[in-house]
Each structure stands twice: as C-alpha cells, then as structure tokens.
Design a protein around this ligand. Sequence first.
Ligand SMILES: Cc1ncc(C[n+]2csc(CCOP(=O)(O)OP(=O)(O)O)c2C)c(N)n1
Ligand SMILES: [Mg+2]
Length: 406
Amino acid sequence: LTSDVVAVATPFSDWVRKVENPADLTTDVCDAIAAANGPVGQIATLILPADLAWEEGTAPASKIAPPAAALQVPSENIKHAAAVIKRGEAVLIFATGAALSEEGGRALGRLSSLKNVEYLAPVNGAKFERGAGRVDIARIPYDANMALDRLAHFKHILLVGTDEPASFFAYPDKPGRMAPEGCAIHRFSDPDQDAVAALHELANHLSIAETAFHITRHDPATRPTGALNPDSIAAAISATLPENAIICDEGLTAGRAVMPLTANCPAHTWIQITGGAIGNGLPLAFGAAMGAPERRVVSVQADGSGLFTLQALWSQAHEQANVTTIILANRGYQILKGEMTNIGVPDPGPLALDMMTLENPAIDWIALSKGFGVPCAVAEDAETLARLLEQSYATSGPFLIEARIG
Ligand SMILES: Cc1ncc(C[n+]2csc(CCOP(=O)(O)OP(=O)(O)O)c2C)c(N)n1
Ligand SMILES: [Mg+2]
C-alpha cells in the first residue's frame, strides 16, 4: 500500500493528481475531467487513496465545467503563412488534430485549390472524418523512402498542430527528418489552438472562395473475389462498409490498403494508434463502440498486435458492443521482416525469423474468440469475407472474422 502510484502513472499521463484530502475529492474529479476534455484530449489520472471509500465525503459536484475553448492562432501566423504561400513556391500544410475533422478538411481543401499548396496528415493522426461528401485527407507515407520522395519538391512546410515530419524508425544512412534539405519549416498553429478557424481565415486572406474544395464522391470498391491479400481484404471492407461506421485501424502491413480503398466509401470516422506502441486496436474499438453505441465499429486488427490486449474481446461480448473485428492472420510479425531489410539484414537467419513468426503453434483465433464469448467465423477468400462482414453489420453485438492470408 506504499507503492508510488504517481510514479507509475506519470509516464502514461498528461495530468496526474493524488487526492490528498476527502474534502477535495469533488474538485479534484472535476479538474481531472476538465484536463481530459481540454482542447487537446489528454490522459488525466486521478489517484484515490483507499480511505476515501469510507471517509465523510463532500457534496456532489453540481455541474462539470464545459471543456476549455481552443485558443486563437496569432494573427501574425496567418499573415506570415499567407506571405509564404503568395511566393508561389511549393508549400505543404502538414496538419493534424481538429484539422482532420470534416470542417478542417474543407479548410485544407480550399487552400489546396491553389496550385502551389498541398496538404498531408501525419502517419498517426488520431481521428479522420472521411468518405463520400467530405474532403479526402491522405497521410504521409509510413515508408521512409516513400515519404522522402513525396516531400522532395516542397520548399515550405506549414505545421498545423504537429511537429515537422519525421521517420517512424531510424535507419543507417537515412535522415530522420523527412523534409528535404533547405525546406523552410513554419509553425502555423499549436495543438491547443483553433486550427480550423485559422485555416479558413488564411484561405479568406488569400481570397479563396468558401466552396473551393473538392468533395469525395461515393465510389466504393467492387466486391472482390479470390484469395485474401491486403488488396482483396481492403476491397471487401470498402465494398460493404455501412454509412457512419467507425474504422479502427491497427492493421499494419496487411491493412495498408484499407485507408486508400475506403476513401470513396460512405462517410465514416477513422481512428487509429497515435504512437508506436502496438496493442491498442481491440480496446480502441471497444471504447469507440461504448462512446457511439449506435454506430458500427470495424476493427481492422493485425494478428500479432491483437494478442497484446486480447481480453478486450470479453468486454465487447459483456457489453454486446457493435464491433466487427477482422483479424489479419498473416501469422507473423510481417512488418519486422521489412524493417530487418531496412536496417541492412535482408536475409535473416532461422533463429531471427523464428522470433517473427506466429506459427508452431498457429494461433487459433476462433477458439480464442469463442472463449471470450464473441461469435466468429473464418474467411479464406474475399467473397466469404465480404459476406461475413455484411452479416455482422446486420446483427447487433460483436463478431470476429479470422481472415486467413496466404
Ligand atoms: C508495445 C510494443 N511492443 C513491441 C513493438 C514492436 N513491434 C512493432 S510491429 C510488431 C509486430 C506486428 O505484427 P502484427 O501485428 O502481426 O502486424 P504485421 O507486421 O504482421 O502486419 C512488433 C512486435 C511495438 N511497436 N510496440
Ligand atoms: Mg501479423
């Protein structure tokens, strides 16, 4: 009972407090909620010593304060950005946070109507509103070489709520910074500032019409046939995705095609891991389903990462959460094989390879899913995957599909 919980919680929290006095409990809880709900959502951890369970409490809070409003982007940032854009050299708007919302997309779309302006989101943007009727927002490529190529022509990068583009991993003889040599980096807005309003203001400043953005048309993939591979899996998801779904992406290598192939699906929300620590896919899907019980959550889940927090399946069953999980069963840590090549080991030996496979024994996802009480089925071809997806969307509660690749 003397463990240092503050020390344990601190690395994983943006805000930490221990209630020192029962009389402060109500205030502390309100402060924790306010901290979590700030303009930038963050992790707030409040530690309640055991004696609070039996000490005399305080009156309940009458009302939780509304979340603090985002701050204004300084007008000189907007003027500076306008001057940079007017020079006519290639400008990238590198944007995250609220800029990935529906309205943020419209603002980015307006700005990109200028010939010299493009926009991209980081690999780990937290939440994208996308699909038919919205402005499409692409991510910077995960692959370092592709990212370097994609950014090679820019002379300026405007940072909207994020830092300059960096490689996901470090590699020998490759830069960690993805911006080309000589590219100027300009900080447009901080995460706690109202980027969407400021981007619209920037567009107004540049006399861009309010409707000068292209919306995505409805054009999902045609129903795929044949073997399961990253493209046919993505096509099956695209061909069947219901309107207003939430896609939770922890698909890694076998899920790479899902974002591009769902761009023209009915309007939906895309959420994903925001860092590099795998294993949040299944709990993220559960949380999304709890937060939006009327929406279908489609959890695109790589097999290795799915094993980190498997017990979320039980929570999905317990709450009858509307989550369809697609396990991308490539039976290995496929991405790490590619990363071995990238660090100069193109042909790892059997010992190294054995640490990157999920065979011997193969993981029986059907048995695991049943064990946690989630109905499930196997798909070994694209037709079956599409059919099972539709069946799950038509039935309330969770469902798991083991998509066997190769
Ligand atoms: C918490 C955590 N542990 C380990 C890693 C290292 N790591 C990165 S990707 C990966 C394997 C991913 O395998 P899988 O989820 O099956 O996706 P695939 O590579 O097969 O597409 C591992 C172990 C990590 N990023 N985070
Ligand atoms: Mg895998």
